[in-house]
Design a protein around this ligand. Structure first.
Ligand code: NAG
Length: 313
């Protein structure tokens, strides 16, 4: 046992977004609205991919899994944040904070891997249409999604254990709206520069590798599409991967904007607002993008509405 000559922090306090009650109220309504939209949209995607036989393919298997994940991803941070908008005592227990970081990292890392698996699926379908069935068998689908979740579980476990075995002896004020890694590392009362490097290496490995695989897949896909002779074929083929491409761009775009900004990032409240984007924008947008842009999902939604309408009228 190590003896510690400081009082350990058992509770973390979140700083409010703003001291103006009107702004707090407005943000509460906005975030609540976006959160409910996320739930409704993603539940709809899960329902339609399960109910419609035309959507029983690898691509929609991954989409369903992604929607399932995004419900968890937003639920790990947003409800607690909404409570804190209203509560006098804005904060979270030490264990709650660890749980939140674990869930958030797990789902974030799994999302990177799932997006890469989806890109590989599109690569196989577009660049190797004749071998698609063997490259993307159901076994392969289950394997890719299981590996994605396993990587998320293990990496998040390592990362969270690592962060929460550091000593915290105060201050306990987090200038953010949930227990994210960078603001928490700052609160540890040891020199964290070595930890920051380790964290950086982990992040690079488990976020950059899926990211690069996704980019490589899309380079191949675009290369294949550009070489197609007919413009009509080009458009048709591109439409089978454009929704996913938009989703990937949004997800990594908002993550890059948040994490790759200078050190003072978490000190300004307008930037804190910006960081709302990567927790909410991509989960809100995914179902919208797929149900508005993707013909197959659109048609399946119409069939679902036709089938369920008689139940209500
Ligand atoms: C997502 O994939 C994981 C791992 O294969 C599985 O355990 C989970 O049930 C899936 N969820 C949905 C909704 O498909």
């Amino acid at each position: 046992m190590t003896s510690r000559n400081h009082t350990a922090v058992t509770y973390f306090r979140f700083l409010p977004f703003s001291s103006t009650p009107e702004i707090q109220g407005f943000l509460f309504c906005l975030v609540l609205f976006m959160y409910l939209s996320t739930l409704v949209g993603n539940i709809l995607i899960i329902t339609v991919t399960m109910a419609d036989a035309a959507l029983h393919s690898p691509m929609y298997f991954f989409l369903k899994n992604l929607s399932f994940l995004e419900i968890g991803y937003t639920t790990s941070t947003i409800p607690k944040m909404l409570v804190n908008f209203l509560a006098k005592r804005k904060g979270i227990s030490f264990l709650g904070c660890a749980t939140q970081m674990y869930a958030f990292s797990l789902l974030g890392i799994t999302e990177c891997c799932l997006l890469a698996a989806m890109a590989y699926d599109r690569y196989a379908a577009i660049c190797h249409p004749l071998r698609y069935m063997t490259m993307m068998s159901w076994n392969m689908c289950f394997l890719l999604s299981a590996v994605s979740w396993l990587i998320g579980v293990l990496v998040a476990l390592g990362q969270t254990t690592f962060i929460f075995t550091l000593p915290y002896c105060g201050p306990n004020r987090i200038n953010h709206f949930f227990c994210d890694l960078p603001p928490l590392l700052k609160l540890a009362c040891v020199d964290t520069s070595k930890n920051e490097i380790t964290t950086f290496v982990i992040t690079v490995l488990f976020i950059m590798v899926p990211f690069l695989l996704t980019v490589v897949s899309y380079v191949q896909i675009l290369h294949t599409i550009f070489r197609m002779p007919s413009a009509r074929n080009k458009r048709k083929t591109f439409s089978t991967c454009s929704s996913h491409l938009v989703v990937v761009t949004l997800f990594y775009g908002s993550a890059i904007v948040t994490y790759w900004t200078p050190k003072g990032f978490y000190s300004s409240s307008s930037n804190k607002l910006l960081s709302l984007s990567y927790t909410l924008v991509s989960p809100v947008m995914n179902p919208l993008i797929y149900s508005l842009r993707n013909k197959e999902v659109k048609q399946a939604l119409k069939r679902l509405i036709k089938k369920t309408m008689p139940l209500f009228v």
